[in-house]
Design a protein around this ligand. Structure first.
Ligand code: GDP
Length: 199
């Protein structure tokens, strides 16, 4: 790990509970059960996100502060899972209201990691989330989860199939596994170099 030290900062359940800006933020989005909590914990090297939480229970936006050499480097922002949002219109609206209030005019939000389960191809919720992210206008990097479920020999062709199917990403999608650690170092390096890029 490039000298990161992560800690829980706060949670927002309502649109008026968002923390002040300042430090650069990288948000993590994906449908429920995509492996978001597991990947956040692996990436930050700490058990901060709740793995296996009942889908729909985590309706807050959780903010984690990552420090490097004792100084704030960025915030990792755990957006509520998108899955429950498809159950009813009111839940979908609730998700969009909270996440929309967060993303609107958030100048310190520099990147959204769009998590996609490597096994399934694009599910309805992945596409719906992608369309929502398109509307937000923040650069999105696709990060595949559960890469250990696909044999290594098929990683390249599987990734290419996703790209052919129109999955958009600011850079080459990164294949990760929280189980065996595949791609996690690569994702850390991507984040470091993305943050270091001049505006
Ligand atoms: P979330 O709902 O998106 O936060 O997903 P979780 O991190 O809670 O994971 C959902 C389920 O997928 C759990 O049973 C995890 O153990 C499993 N899981 C998460 N990441 C991986 C992975 O990289 N490989 C495998 N095989 N299972 C995973």
């Amino acid at each position: 790990m490039p000298g990161w030290r992560a800690s829980y900062e706060c949670s927002s359940f309502k649109t008026d509970q968002l923390p002040a800006g300042g430090v650069s933020e990288i948000a993590v989005a994906g449908r429920s059960n995509v492996g978001k909590s597991s990947l956040i914990n692996k990436l930050l090297g700490a058990r901060l996100a709740h793995v296996g939480a009942t889908p729909g229970k985590t309706r807050s936006i959780n903010f984690f502060l990552v420090e490097r050499d004792g100084a704030p480097a960025f915030r990792l922002v755990d957006l509520p899972g998108f899955g429950y949002a498809s159950r009813s219109k009111s839940e979908r609206d609730q998700w969009a209201r909270l996440v929309g209030a967060y993303t609107a005019g958030r100048e310190n939000l520099v990147l959204i990691l769009h998590l996609v389960d490597f096994r399934h191809g694009l599910l309805k919720n992945d596409i719906a989330l992608r369309e929502w992210l398109d509307g937000v206008g923040i650069p999105g990097l696709v990060v595949f989860t559960k890469g250990d479920k696909i044999s290594r020999g098929r990683h390249k062709s599987t990734r290419n199939a996703y790209i052919r199917s129109g999955l958009k990403s600011v850079d080459m999608p990164i294949i990760t596994s929280s189980k065996d650690g595949t791609g996690v170092g690569e994702l850390r390096l991507f984040i470091e170099s993305y943050l270091a890029m001049p505006d």
